[in-house]
Design a protein around this ligand. Structure first.
Ligand SMILES: [Zn+2]
Length: 143
């Protein structure tokens, strides 16, 4: 499913520069060149997958293990890390800009200016039967 040039495949292959913090058989992790906050990392599977649905389950598991370890490393790094967000944008409408699966590991601190914006009406509790209907639609598709 690899369509043309992919910058993350280039980075994983060592053909494009990056500041690496981790490499194993499945994943690499490196500094985001447009950090939200200092220490902002990207964790990617070495094998190209455009969307989460294309990613092998084992690669997803390995990726999360790396996210977990790097979260710990960030907290010990001396960088300003009061909290951490893991963020994965799957699809253009979700904010994905590079079409090779990647997890953002973003250091957070009081007053960093970053955050999620909620839609109007957020916080109103939907009726239980609506949640149950949605749960059923999803449950039928869990593989
Ligand atoms: Zn790629």
């Amino acid at each position: 499913l690899k369509a043309n040039f992919c910058i993350f495949c280039e980075i994983a292959a060592g053909r494009s520069a990056a500041s690496f913090v981790h490499r194993d058989e499945t994943c690499v992790a490196f500094m985001d060149i447009r950090p939200v906050t200092p220490g902002h990392l990207l964790v990617i599977p070495i094998q190209h997958a455009t969307y989460l649905a294309d990613l092998a389950a084992e690669a997803g598991t390995s990726m999360f293990a790396v996210d977990h370890r790097l979260g710990g490393a960030l907290r010990q790094s001396g960088l300003k890390v009061e909290g951490i967000n893991l963020f994965l944008a799957d699809g253009e409408q979700a904010g994905q800009e590079i079409f090779h699966v990647h997890m953002h590991v973003i250091p957070r601190f009081e007053g960093d200016g970053f955050g999620l914006r909620f839609p109007q009406g957020y916080g109103q509790l939907p009726p239980r039967d609506e949640l149950d209907q949605q749960a059923e639609l999803i449950r039928k598709q869990v593989r």
